[in-house]
Design a protein around this ligand. Structure first.
Ligand SMILES: [Zn+2]
Length: 170
């Protein structure tokens, strides 16, 4: 399905009012959003927050609505964060700023199977969940619930490319 246009009112309803205001500020700040691109119905980019951190974020837009979003910032207070607000407002007002990236299938066809294997290996090093998806009969992700209460593999803020190792409890 092709991505659709989006109205600012739709975005404002997804965020707490204070958060929406901070998102407008971010949207208005030059260079707050970097690496903007879209692939199918998914918009992605980086957003520089107030602390000079760059967050990796994405949003799926279908039928004039936001079907999903993701940001690796720590915000967890209801609705979308200010970074996603800024990303969506950019799409509302300046969709031409998003570079168009072909679908994954098309990108895969450009690679040799050896190149794809190397990329998957790198992806598994970053996140072993990929291996569980690739080889579900041979490997399942262990549960860390009783080992490290603080670690939630689905909510890993450390998304800067470094491998995050566990320190086993003695
Ligand atoms: Zn965020």
């Amino acid at each position: 399905m092709e991505i659709s246009s989006l109205h600012e009112d739709v975005v404002s309803k997804l965020a707490e009012s204070g958060v929406f205001g901070r998102g407008i500020d971010l949207f208005g700040r030059a260079d707050s959003l970097l690496g903007l691109h879209r692939q199918g119905t998914t918009l992605r980019g980086w957003c520089c927050g107030s602390q000079m951190d760059a967050y990796w974020l994405s949003a799926v837009v279908r039928g004039g609505k936001v079907a999903g979003f993701r940001c690796n910032c720590p915000y967890d207070d209801g609705g979308i964060c200010k970074h996603v607000v800024a990303l969506l407002l950019r799409w509302c007002h300046m969709p031409e700023d998003f570079a168009l990236v072909p679908p994954m299938e098309e990108l895969m066809q450009r690679c040799t199977s050896q190149e794809l294997a190397q990329m998957l290996e790198a992806a598994v090093e970053r996140d072993p969940k990929f291996l569980a998806q690739l080889a579900p009969h041979e490997f399942t992700m262990p549960s860390f619930d009783e080992w490290d209460d603080d670690y939630d593999p689905d909510n890993d803020d450390d998304d800067d490319g470094e491998i995050r190792w566990f320190s086993a409890r003695s």
